[in-house]
Ligand binder design. Structure first.
Ligand code: AP5
Ligand code: NA
Length: 345
């Protein structure tokens, strides 16, 4: 970081979740009818998972929640505290304290809405080999309401920001808050960034996703998420390049700022789609022995990207930093980092 950035230049909203992560045998997934790479919301039948992980599988507790992960990573790279502000809802419990401590020690400025009688949300991270299956129990996170953004100090934070980032995951919680932030970004002509987050968002939350998409200046996703969107839209081709082009061309409110789509594909190149072009950015493939777990790779990619984007860097630098950050957290448990960032432009 060279120059000093405005505090709170970046605002994000999402689900603050504590990840409960453990290596489990395949039959654990089978018992809960889960697949190796799922990202789902917990139903009643999944509720015993969390206790089981803690009691029988030596589970680790890690700060999670997709947007909060990305913002923590951005803060780590920026080395200047309080550049990013995070909103989300937690309970009044030990898990909320852990999340807050982790976020603040990364330099993130958190403004949680607190729901007293509901526990803080958790996400089971079920690791089988190099795969991970996510099952989120949103709990308190599901109680986020727009009045939190309407509190004068929070309203000021939203209005003073220059960049906005919200996950698709948050569409299951509070679309009115997303629309409010999107409208603010639009009115002030500031970039609004969003993530497709998981296939189930396109499968089951297409209506609120379509409502906000016209406001989205940059959309992120991985292969499976892009394909789920295409399928839900009955687009003819499952080819990622076709999907990316269509995402860019999709209904946009402010045509003066054409949409950008950025699709990651694991260790294959990141694809950058702009109005008339598709560019590839190679990923430095990690050796198997270097990989701890890929959990959080997608979030870290966005975090690295944001750390440069808020400094006004070119998309090329932003994407290279995204790949750097993802590569780093893959070498660490969950979405955590170690040591000082070493990204060089
Ligand atoms: P997330 O961060 O999305 O992690 P993930 O989905 O587990 O990450 P993936 O490994 O699946 O990454 P990806 O597929 O998105 O990206 P890609 O593989 O293309 O989610 C984890 C978090 O989500 C948890 O903390 C949890 O709390 C949260 N969460 C779950 N449900 C939630 C909910 N309902 N609400 C809120 N939060 C929720 O890779 C991306 C980049 O990584 C690549 O471009 C590349 O740079 C790098 N990369 C990937 N693989 C390799 C490799 N083999 N070698 C080198 N680099 C690689
Ligand atoms: Na990791």
């Amino acid at each position: 970081m060279t120059s000093t950035l405005q505090e709170g230049i970046l605002v994000g909203c999402g689900n603050p979740l504590l990840d409960i992560s453990a290596v489990v045998p395949m039959d654990f997934l089978q018992r809960y009818s889960m697949n190796e790479d799922d990202a789902i919301l917990a139903e009643d039948r999944h509720m015993p998972i969390y206790g089981e992980l803690v009691e029988g599988y030596n589970a680790e507790f890690l700060a999670g929640g997709s947007v909060q992960n990305s913002l923590r990573i951005a803060q780590w790279i920026l080395r200047q505290p309080r550049v990013a502000v995070f909103f989300g809802c937690v309970g009044e419990d030990r898990y909320a304290q852990i999340l807050k401590e982790k976020a603040q020690s990364a330099g993130l400025d958190v403004h949680y809405q607190v729901k007293r009688d509901v526990p803080t949300g958790t996400c089971a991270v079920l690791i089988t080999g190099t795969h991970r299956s996510l099952c989120a129990n949103l709990a308190a996170a599901n109680n986020f309401t727009i009045d939190h953004l309407e509190e004068p100090s929070n309203k000021a934070l939203v209005e003073n920001a220059q960049y906005y980032y919200i996950s698709g995951f948050f569409l299951t919680v509070n679309p009115p808050s997303i629309m409010r932030v999107a409208a603010t970004a639009h009115a002030k002509q500031r970039p609004f960034l969003m993530n497709l987050s998981a296939p189930f968002i396109s499968q089951f939350y297409m209506a609120p996703l379509l409502a906000v998409l016209p406001y989205v200046d940059i959309i992120f996703g991985n292969e499976a998420e892009a394909q789920a969107f295409a399928e839900a839209q009955s687009w003819p081709s499952g080819d990622l390049r076709e999907i990316g082009k269509r995402l860019v061309a999709f209904n946009k409110l402010n045509p003066a700022r054409p949409r950008i789509a950025i699709l990651t594909q694991g260790c294959d190149p990141v694809l950058l789609f702009q109005q008339d072009s598709v560019q590839e950015f190679p990923v430095t493939k990690l050796a198997v022995h270097e990989i701890v777990d890929t959990n959080g790779a997608g979030d870290a990619f966005v975090g690295g990207f944001l750390s440069q984007f808020v400094q006004g860097k070119s998309l090329d630098v932003c994407i290279r930093c995204g790949n750097y950050a993802a590569g780093h957290i893959i070498k660490n448990p969950g979405c955590t980092y170690s040591g000082e960032p070493e990204f060089v432009e």
